[in-house]
Write a protein that binds this ligand. Structure first.
Ligand SMILES: Cc1cc2nc3c(=O)[nH]c(=O)nc-3n(C[C@H](O)[C@H](O)[C@H](O)COP(=O)(O)OP(=O)(O)OC[C@H]3O[C@@H](n4cnc5c(N)ncnc54)[C@H](O)[C@@H]3O)c2cc1C
Ligand code: FES
Ligand code: FES
Length: 493
């Protein structure tokens, strides 16, 4: 039996909860249901798919005046990540005078619940939406609900309930005043602990008797130091992969290094020539940031998982995980992105299209990690197109996702960069197809030429999500679609 020497502290229902003795891999959902007996939050799939377990996790905003909440799948979020944060469950919604939240009242009024198993998660997703948007369009409501599966009621009454709740604007927002004060009380230190000899000491949030740890450093220096000392440690970002490994594969990493409190790994900045995305930036914030400058990239990310997955999952986690059907990588490869990799005090830059050396194998060395992702800005004549093809629009895995960037100079394609997922053991560029496009007039490329280049580039294999026949057809059609759409845009100018 593991013994824990440290404490996880978080704010729940305007009280500080101190947790001692939990494992480093206990999930937030298990803790809520089994220890706190807050059984409103349900377990459906235990893999981030159904949304029955959605809770809200909050952090002090930058000004320290309020709490920013994100929806989180509590089934795949590890409890020690809550240290220093605030949590709201469906039980937190009851008003001091005993009334339910307006979203809950509207769900009753609109008959938005039958068996009720999905209802707490649906309510939490909608309550999160109304913290930010109290006049949602129908499409914004369906987007907010895209990570919540209801298999008996049907979505119409639920969407009606969301619209009804927003009509009054009364009691929709949380009153954060007390939570702000408590969050300040349990705020984690922003400075590393140093020994008298000037050595960095990374304080564990959880340490077991065997010496296994969950650490949550505050600075990049601490992460780098810890990773040099423990090169086999598991980095934890949004937990949308690690949470599944814990629940489904019963993995129990010895040391876990949570990156969520490292300020230097957050934020997106830009220079006149490039964007830099910190390794802890969520898919949701990257999606929002690039909505104007790279709309196709943003649209691919809108189709990534669901709101709770996007709120926690990071771009760096997607890249490091290296799944053959990872969605961000084709876009980033076509955009010539490079990774800033850190090992101790040293950094190096590696092009993303040279990062993978096999299925889920990368050039990362022991103790090295992704610090940031850099994307060069588009040149004036450069176009970027991307599209994800999957059976369902939301919350589905790609059959393939393709991305193409090229310059159009006097009607000819120059510097074509084309990348796919789903066609090879890792997301990759397609240089033989790029050669077909290079220097050609947009109207003169035939489907047969692209088909031939696809056949010469990839090993034909059927997958669980699509046959090779389908994937290769989609791969060819997307190239034609991308080029045609630029042709149409150019002729409209
Ligand atoms: C329900 C569901 C839907 C999903 N939908 C999609 C989808 O539509 N498209 C898609 O591409 N993926 C999808 N995924 C997969 C997953 O969400 C992504 O791969 C996600 O981006 C992983 O990021 P994370 O921050 O959650 O990573 P984590 O789970 O925290 O970590 C993933 C891996 O990356 C490593 N890692 C994390 N940060 C770093 C770093 N800075 N440096 C080095 N290594 C690091 C970890 O050690 C781990 O090996 C889905 C997953 C779920 C559960
Ligand atoms: S239980 Fe299904 S998403 Fe968490
Ligand atoms: S009410 Fe039964 S699953 Fe939604």
């Amino acid at each position: 039996m593991t013994q824990v020497t440290n404490t996880v502290r978080f704010v729940l229902d305007s009280q500080i909860v101190e947790v001692k003795g939990e494992r480093r891999t206990t999930t937030v959902l298990d803790y809520l249901r089994e220890e706190l007996r807050k059984t409103g939050t349900k377990e459906g799939c235990a893999e981030g798919d159904c949304g029955a377990c959605v809770v809200l996790v909050g952090e002090l905003n930058a000004q320290g005046t309020g709490v920013d909440y994100v929806p989180v799948n509590s089934c795949i979020q590890l409890l020690p990540t809550l240290d220093g944060k605030a949590l709201k469950t469906v039980e937190s919604l009851t008003h001091a005078d005993g009334r339910m939240h307006p979203v809950q009242e509207a769900m009753v009024a609109c008959h938005g619940s039958q068996c009720g198993f999905c209802t707490p998660g649906i309510v939490m997703s909608l309550v999160h939406m109304v913290q930010k948007n109290q006049s949602p369009s129908r499409i914004e409501i369906t987007d907010a609900l895209s990570g919540n599966l209801c298999r008996c009621t049907g979505y119409k009454p639920i969407i009606d309930a969301a619209q009804l709740a927003c009509q009054s604007k009364d009691r929709l927002s949380f009153d954060d005043a007390k939570d702000v004060e408590l969050l300040k009380e349990i705020r984690r230190s922003e400075h590393p602990t140093m020994s008298l000899e000037g050595e960095v000491i990374v304080q564990p949030v959880v340490r077991t008797r065997k010496g296994n740890e969950f650490v949550s450093p505050a600075t990049l220096m601490e992460v780098a130091h810890y990773m040099v000392e423990h090169p086999q440690a598991t980095l934890l970002a949004g937990s949308s992969e690690i949470g599944l490994q814990v629940n489904k594969e019963f993995k129990r990493p010895d040391h876990i290094v949570y990156l969520g409190n490292v300020k230097e790994l957050r934020g997106i900045s830009d220079t006149p020539t490039a964007w830099r995305i910190g390794a802890m930036e969520s898919i949701e914030s990257v999606k929002d940031y690039f909505a104007r400058s790279l709309p196709d990239f943003s649209e691919v990310l809108r189709r990534f998982g669901s709101p709770p997955i996007r709120a926690t999952a990071t771009l760096a986690g997607n890249i490091a995980n290296g799944s053959p059907i990872g969605d961000s990588m084709p876009c980033l490869m076509a955009l010539s992105a490079q990774l800033v990799l850190r090992h101790g005090k040293e950094t190096r830059r590696v092009r993303l299209d040279e990062f993978y050396v096999g299925q889920k194998k990368t050039v990362l060395k022991g103790g090295e990690f992704i610090e940031a992702i850099e994307i060069p800005k588009l040149k004036p004549a450069q176009h970027f197109k991307a599209h994800k093809v999957s059976k369902r629009f939301e919350q589905d895995i790609s059959a393939t996702c393709a991305a193409l960037s090229f310059e159009l100079i006097e009607g000819r394609i120059k510097n074509a960069k084309l990348a796919y997922n789903g066609l090879a053991p890792s997301p990759c560029r397609a240089p033989k197809i790029e050669s077909v496009l290079e220097g050609r007039l947009v109207g003169e490329i035939s489907a047969d030429e692209i088909d031939q280049a696809i056949a010469n580039s990839f090993v034909a294999r059927d997958g669980l999500r699509a046959t090779w026949k389908y994937r290769s057809l989609v791969a060819r059609n997307l190239v034609i679609k991308f080029i045609d759409s630029v042709k149409v845009e150019e002729s409209a100018v």
